[in-house]
Design a protein around this ligand. Sequence first.
Ligand SMILES: Nc1nc2c(ncn2[C@@H]2O[C@H](COP(=O)(O)OP(=O)(O)O)[C@@H](O)[C@H]2O)c(=O)[nH]1
Ligand SMILES: [Mg+2]
Ligand SMILES: [Zn+2]
Length: 290
Amino acid sequence: MKTGKIIKTQKDIYYLDVDGQTYLCKARGNFRVKGVKPLAGDRAEIEVTGDKEGYIKNIIDRKNEIKRPNIANVDQLLLFVTIKNPPLNLLRLDKYLSMCEFIDIDVVIILSKSDLASEKEIEEFREIYQNIPYELLVLDNYNSFPKDRILEILKGKTSALSGASGVGKSTFLNNLVDEDVEIGSISEKLKRGKNTTRHTEIFKVNEDSYIFDTPGFDSFDIDFIEDETDLKYTFKEFDNTSCKFNNCNHINEPQCKVKEELNKGLISRSRYENYLTLFNEIKKRRENKW
Ligand SMILES: Nc1nc2c(ncn2[C@@H]2O[C@H](COP(=O)(O)OP(=O)(O)O)[C@@H](O)[C@H]2O)c(=O)[nH]1
Ligand SMILES: [Mg+2]
Ligand SMILES: [Zn+2]
């Protein structure tokens, strides 16, 4: 019996990294019965049946699971945004940040393509997010790539890259790993047909750092939160405030600390407005269910 990490899934074939060597495995039928589907990111026990071949016998302690794409054991998400090309979408960013808070995944915000933005635009962005606080890395993949800092951030963790198509994720990955990651066109191809073979791959940056390259991690619904009143807990800056009502949703309630801070400029208007938008989105969906 050996233990490895599933680094790639392709239909019913699983590629496992076992002490630096890749094993091709299948899962025994009993996985379907138990309702456990091995996922990229899982650690698994395998029974070796041949030269670098085996069967997955057991999935070990899964820490968390993301649904779309379906991957496991994500320690942190590198959330990519750009100011231009594609244009900045703060609602989308705040949605991802909420999801990560909700399922307890660390976040680093990567402001990529900094060469296409002005100092002022970068500063405005910084002002919104640095106080919350999230670590923010500003980079240009071609001319200003803080590789040492990035390797430090990745160290000992399995990270996933996410962000809209075109924000520079593949270029970023290319700057870090030896294998060639296709830039630009291929991702378009992958997106075109929903039923074409999709695979999720994990790149090993070094001994203890892994990165998911997950085509299709471009957008998702906020359906991970079912009750809109839970949303407030995912906005970190709303946390340590003491409103008159301790279940205050910071919308129309009297003596609301969050609204006071908003009016003083201590809470960002864009974050607050996105909170309202998401709150209403979740509420509407919940009401339509019945
Ligand atoms: N100006 C500029 N272009 C970039 C940067 N990073 C990537 N690109 C370009 O942006 C396009 C999309 O990059 P890609 O890495 O494929 O984005 P992905 O869809 O997020 O994987 C490509 O044409 C890249 O050459 C950057 O930092 N600055
Ligand atoms: Mg890409
Ligand atoms: Zn309040």
